[in-house]
Design a protein around this ligand. Structure first.
Ligand code: OAD
Length: 235
């Protein structure tokens, strides 16, 4: 059985119309993501930070998964538990394409976190008006996203999966943010084969055994077709 970890970044959602963080169009109202995605930024100017995430939540609600998300969902239907998608994305496009084994290591736009009671309620609307927490009633909800300086979700589960995987694939991530950028080194040190699918070379391209350049909407379906057609596949 092949155990596959797919790490996704903003590039897989780019063709759905969700802007990436870095590169052209990567600024939001003149802010770098590092300037709005920190606990310090939230403490200093909560309104600007809430507006940033409210705008992204609204933008994501109006777009749809693209062929790359659909191909990963098809791969999960074919190999089930042998696939884990670890995403840095806070959108829900993997789930809307049909994937269920998705670990959101940087959190989700579709959840809030209550600073008063710790509850993580689902959220669809803007957080800027300061709605009350459905659990405790306090108006202290923040986006349930991981900011710079905070610990990503699921690191123990990811470490265990990296240790057990045979294949590690990174799709549409710049490799600028750790710990995700280091997963390829862990996976290859532990014996996995490694493949990068990206529109352009990334900061971590040299760490992969193989790197394919092109849009995710083309490369991901191609790779999934190859994998499912391979004679050595035992699942
Ligand atoms: P980035 O915006 O840093 O990088 C996007 C990557 O996607 C780049 O390497 C592009 O070449 C690639 N790309 C763009 N369009 C593509 C396409 N159509 N097909 C394939 N690849 C494409 O996004 P991430 O690497 O996801 O964290 O950023 C990592 C983290 O930085 C984010 O999760 C976020 C951000 O700060 C937090 O907010 C904690």
């Amino acid at each position: 059985m092949t155990r596959i970890i797919v790490l996704t970044g903003a590039g897989i959602s780019a063709e759905s119309g969700v802007p990436t963080f870095r590169g052209a169009g990567g600024l939001w109202e003149g802010h770098r993501v590092e300037d709005v995605a920190t606990p310090e930024a939230f403490a200093a100017d909560p309104e600007t930070v809430q507006r940033f995430y409210d705008a992204r939540r609204r933008a994501v609600a109006s777009v749809a998964p693209n062929p790359a998300h659909h191909a990963l969902a098809a791969l999960e239907r074919a190999i089930g538990d042998d696939l884990l998608v670890v995403t840095q994305n806070i959108d829900d496009l993997h789930e809307r394409a049909g994937s269920s084994r998705v670990l959101h290591m940087h959190g989700e736009l579709g959840r809030a976190r209550c600073a008063a009671c710790g509850e993580r309620p689902p959220v669809q609307d803007d957080l800027l008006p300061g709605p009350p927490c459905p659990a405790c009633g306090e108006r202290m909800l923040r986006p349930d996203v991981v900011w710079f300086g905070e610990l990503p979700y699921g690191l123990d589960e990811i470490d265990a999966a990296l240790a057990a995987c045979d294949v590690f694939v990174a799709i549409g991530t710049s490799g600028a943010v750790y710990p995700a950028a280091g997963f390829v080194l862990t996976a290859s040190a532990l014996g996995a084969s490694t493949l990068e699918l990206n529109l352009a070379e990334s900061e971590i391209t040299p760490f992969f055994a193989e790197s394919r350049l092109g849009p995710a909407s083309v490369l991901v379906p191609e790779w999934v077709r190859e994998l499912l057609a391979a004679p050595s596949r035992t699942t």
